[in-house]
Structures are given as structure tokens and as C-alpha cells.
Write a new protein. Structure first.
Length: 337
């Protein structure tokens, strides 16, 4: 299982075992003041494609959808914009590589690809908003876009985290399982693109929708338990159809022998449902959209079950199952102090 499918998620799961517990929008081509995301398209609402938002073209921090963004102070919005401006020179993978960033773990459906600056990771404390340790790239309309950053550093348990943004929404999380004994990998994601769980959420379920050219549903639909599962699981199903086509690192190469070719027919059926979803969205037909989504989710659930069954090591299987759970709920890591 390759691409933005199992491999990177499995890498996260087995990294502590394999390494001994070590470890849609472009940032430089949009206008913060002209693109209004306050009323994103609902999958059940009619759309005129001549006037549809182009998520690869821009966004507005002051009007990103979802309740968490509504609670952002004006200062926090300005601080996020300042971070985005600071990494604008690295908005293309080539310039990011030239500046010392390298892709790690491969593409994760709800995160994109972490491009890590090893020098910053080893020497940083996550306290400089102009020097994030990770860049987050994800495909939008067939092109890799800088969709966010992550601040990351190794800290001792209970160590106070930096206060980079105004307010209380910037909750850092930790990954003790990706750290040497007595330390915790401490991280904070910052999304430059709309994120229904907030600009500091560990996961962004909209990334896979943009990767296949679909408009995400309205964030308000995530308030219902059934709809939330359907929409988040559909994102994971859509991610199964996207080929990564980029270096996933040493572990990725080693794990390519673990592919499950028998699952390709299920991915093909998900691909066939993408135009059905788009047609239902354009027609404003929620019944058809939900039916297509449920069919795609059923294929993904079978893929998930087969994937977990194929993993021989219980600890790895449990980690991967837990990570699937995170992507389906939006939770991520352990809350830092």
C-alpha cells in the first residue's frame, strides 16, 4: 500500500520500533483580503462552476470556515499571516529543498507531507515563529502546495511550551513514542488553508478532497456524528486514489514490499465515485452525494480492515488502528502542558 495511503501512516506507527524511538492554496500566490471562505460550498448545495472558489488560488485568514477560526483574535490571525509570509520563499518543493528541508514519512492524508529541516529540529526550541521546523506540502489540483507548517522540537515531559500565538487555541501536542527515553517530540501545526477543526489542528480532513479536485463539504456538517464520520472517512477513501510520486524515505522504500495489490479494485471503485460525488455536489443533491460517499467509505473500510489484518506485529497494528482513529476524529497526539 503506497502513496498517501498506508505507508506514511505505517511509518508513523513503526518509527519507534524501527528507529529505536528516534525520530490547497499556495503560500506565495494569494491575497489575504479578497478571498472569502466564510460560506464554503456545502456538498448538498448547488454550485455554478464558473463562480466556484478556487482553493488553489487563495484564502482569507479572517474568514476561514469552522467555529475554531471564528474564535481567533485579530492578533492571532495577523500572527498566522506573518508565519505564512516568513515561509513564502519556500513555497515550492524545489526551493524548500534548496533551503535544507527534506520530505519525511511520506504523504499522510490529513497532514500532507512533512518537509523537515534537520538543523532546525536539532537546534531549535519551536520558539521562533519565523523559523518553523517543518513545512507541510499537499497536492492541490495536481500541484504540490505549501498548506501549512509545524513547529517541532524535543522537550522533557512537562516542559512549558512556547507561546507563539494570541489566545488559547494553539494547543501543542506531544509524541513520546517518536522520542528517545525521557523526551517528547512536541509539535504545533499551523494551517494556511481552511481547516474545519481550526488552524492549529493536528489533522486537516480537507486535504484529500482538494487532492482529487473536489470541494469539501461545509464544516458545519461535521457537527453531526454520522456526517462527521462520513465526511472524514470519505477523505481517507479519496486519499487511497492519489499516487504520491515522491520520495518517502528509507523506511518507505523498505515497506514497499508490503503492498496489498488485491486492494487495487477497491481503489478503482472509489475513483469511479469521484465524478458521481462532483455531479451530486453541482446538482445540489444531498441524497446522491451521501449515497456515493457511503459507497466510497465502504470500500475504504474494507481496505482498512485488510491492511490491519495484514500487519503481523500487534504493536504496529495497534498503533496504526489508533492513528486511523485520530484521522476519523481530528484528535492528534497527547496534549502538551
Amino acid at each position: 500500500m503506497t502513496g498517501i495511503r498506508l505507508l506514511p501512516v505505517l511509518l508513523v506507527a513503526i518509527a519507534p520500533l524501527a528507529l529505536g524511538a528516534q525520530t490547497p492554496p499556495a503560500a506565495a500566490d494569494h491575497d489575504h483580503g479578497t478571498h472569502d471562505q466564510a460560506a464554503p460550498h456545502d456538498a448538498a448545495a448547488p454550485q455554478d462552476h464558473a463562480e466556484t472558489h478556487d482553493h488553489a488560488a487563495g484564502h482569507d485568514h479572517a474568514a476561514m470556515h469552522g467555529e475554531p477560526e471564528a474564535a481567533l483574535s485579530e492578533l492571532a490571525r495577523e500572527q498566522i499571516a506573518a508565519v505564512e509570509a516568513s515561509v513564502a520563499p519556500f513555497a515550492q518543493p524545489a526551493t524548500a529543498r534548496d533551503s535544507g528541508f527534506r520530505p519525511a514519512l511520506g504523504m499522510i492524508p490529513t497532514m500532507g507531507t512533512h518537509w523537515v529541516n534537520a538543523v532546525r529540529m536539532l537546534s531549535g526550541t519551536g520558539s521562533d515563529p519565523a523559523r518553523p521546523e517543518h513545512l507541510m506540502f499537499s497536492p492541490v489540483a495536481g500541484e504540490e502546495k505549501l498548506v501549512g507548517v509545524a513547529f517541532a522540537y524535543q522537550a522533557r515531559p512537562g516542559q512549558e511550551t512556547p507561546d507563539l500565538f494570541d489566545g488559547a487555541l494553539d494547543a501543542w501536542h506531544t509524541h513520546p513514542e517518536l522520542s528517545p527515553p525521557g523526551m517528547e517530540l512536541t509539535m504545533l501545526h499551523v494551517w494556511f488553508v481552511p481547516s474545519p477543526d481550526g488552524p492549529f489542528a493536528g489533522h486537516n480532513p480537507w486535504l484529500a478532497y482538494w487532492a482529487v479536485g473536489l470541494e469539501p463539504p461545509a464544516a458545519a456538517r461535521l457537527a453531526g456524528e454520522a456526517d462527521s464520520y462520513r465526511i472524514r472517512a470519505l477523505g481517507l477513501a479519496l486519499a487511497e486514489t492519489v499516487e504520491e510520486g515522491r520520495d518517502g524515505g528509507l523506511l518507505s522504500s523498505l515497506l514497499r514490499t508490503g503492498r496489498l495489490p488485491a486492494l487495487e479494485p477497491r481503489r478503482d471503485r472509489i475513483r469511479e465515485l469521484i465524478p458521481v460525488l462532483e455531479a451530486a455536489q453541482v446538482a445540489g443533491d444531498p441524497v446522491a452525494w451521501n449515497a456515493a460517499a457511503d459507497a466510497a467509505v465502504a470500500e475504504w473500510e474494507a481496505i482498512r480492515a485488510a491492511t490491519l489484518e495484514a500487519i503481523r506485529f500487534p504493536q504496529v497494528r495497534d498503533r496504526l488502528a489508533a492513528f486511523y482513529g485520530e484521522m476519523l476524529t481530528g484528535g492528534h497526539g497527547e496534549h502538551a502542558h
